[in-house]
Structure formats: C-alpha cells, structure tokens
Design a protein around this ligand. Structure first.
Ligand SMILES: [Fe+2]
Length: 206
C-alpha cells in the first residue's frame, strides 16, 4: 500500500468533513452522517489508476483560490492530485453540451466504485468545470450536495433562474430534483457527494 497516498486521501476526506462541519446548509448533516459511516481504514484502501483530463489545466488556479477559503483542504487536494482518477460521463459529449465541453469538464471519485474507498452506497468526489460552461438540466435519484471551493459559479434548481453562489456555500439537490450549473469567466472546483442510491447515473433533461 502507498502509505503517503493513503495519508493524503484520509487528510483530504478529513478536511472535507471539517470544512462541511463548519457549515449549516441543507443536507450538510446528512453528508457528514454518511461519511462517518464509511469504512476508511487501510484494509479498505485501493489505488485507482490515475487519469487526467484537459480540464485539469485549470486545477492550479482553482487550488490557489481554494487556499483563500480553506488552506487545509487546498493543501490536501494538492497532495492527492497525482493519484486522482479523473473521468467523464460517457453521454456528456460536445454535441450534447456544447462545443468544447469535453475539454472543460471532469470529476474524480474519492469514495465510490472508482475512488480510493469503495464506500457503502455513497459517492464523494471533486468536480471541475472550465470557464463559460453550461452543465444543463439533469437529475438523478441520489440526493446530492455540492460545495463550490471557488467563486463565481451559478446554480439552478427546478429549472428556475440561475443564482450565483459564493465560494464555500453549499447547494443541496433532493432526489430527482432538476438542477444545472453554469460558470462565468472563472473555472469551478467543487466537492460533491451523493449520499445514497448511487447506482443510477445522472440523466440529462431531453
Ligand atoms: Fe447532480
């Protein structure tokens, strides 16, 4: 086992939990309860094959901005960066989500089938979106929390108007709630968590 990577991943998960524990938005306590239930000992640690994506060109800027919000978490993400397995949803093509979307989108599981710990019906991960993107209306059975670590992202729920959320705010999507995310001139780095019913992927609105 790669002890350094294990220690960095545990540090990152701990930093996420500590950061969320200082917040009181809808769904935060559910996420913290589910994280506390996950088996995260050395015996459960796996090393996914690391993978990068074009959107990662924005990660240094995002980590720099995260330093201003939560320096402990920013450092933990930087320490774990080389071990992350960045992925994309297979149906999220440029044809569906706009020219250049695939070069400006990606997510990595921390806990989940492709993460460092398999978890028990939980996904915890990082999401990145490049500037000027529209991740349009979609929904899924899993309740979901987003915690944007950078500023300037805009969020819509139930196909309502987009609202800019400050860096460090939390956004909760109950099961099957339609939701969408936009970026402006800056890239987005966010922590995201599905707290249960993770087996059904997100579906874009037709
Ligand atoms: Fe979602």
């Amino acid at each position: 086992m790669n002890q350094d990577l294990f220690d960095s991943v545990r540090w990152m998960i701990g930093a996420i939990a500590r950061g969320l524990n200082a917040r009181h938005g809808e769904g935060v306590s559910t996420v913290l309860e589910r994280l506390a239930e996950q088996p995260l000992g050395e015996a459960f640690f796996r090393e996914p094959d690391p993978a990068t994506l074009p959107v990662l060109r924005h990660l240094p800027q995002c980590i720099g901005e995260t330093m201003l919000l939560d320096s402990d978490l920013a450092a933990a993400i930087a320490a774990t960066e080389d071990g992350l397995r960045w992925r994309q949803s297979s149906t999220y093509s440029d044809a569906v989500l706009g020219e250049g979307f695939a070069d400006n989108y990606g997510w990595a599981e921390i806990i989940g089938p492709n993460g460092f710990f398999a978890g028990d019906d939980v996904l915890l991960g990082l999401l990145m979106l490049g500037p000027d993107r529209h991740y349009r209306d979609h929904y899924h059975p899993a309740p979901e929390l987003y915690w944007p670590l950078t500023s300037g992202s805009l969020w819509s729920r139930d196909s309502g108007p987009f609202e800019e959320k400050p860096q460090g705010s939390t956004i909760w999507h109950p099961p099957m709630t339609m939701h969408a995310t936009k970026t402006g001139g800056a890239p987005l780095l966010a922590v995201w968590c599905w707290t249960r019913d993770v087996g059904t992927p997100a579906k874009l609105a037709s």
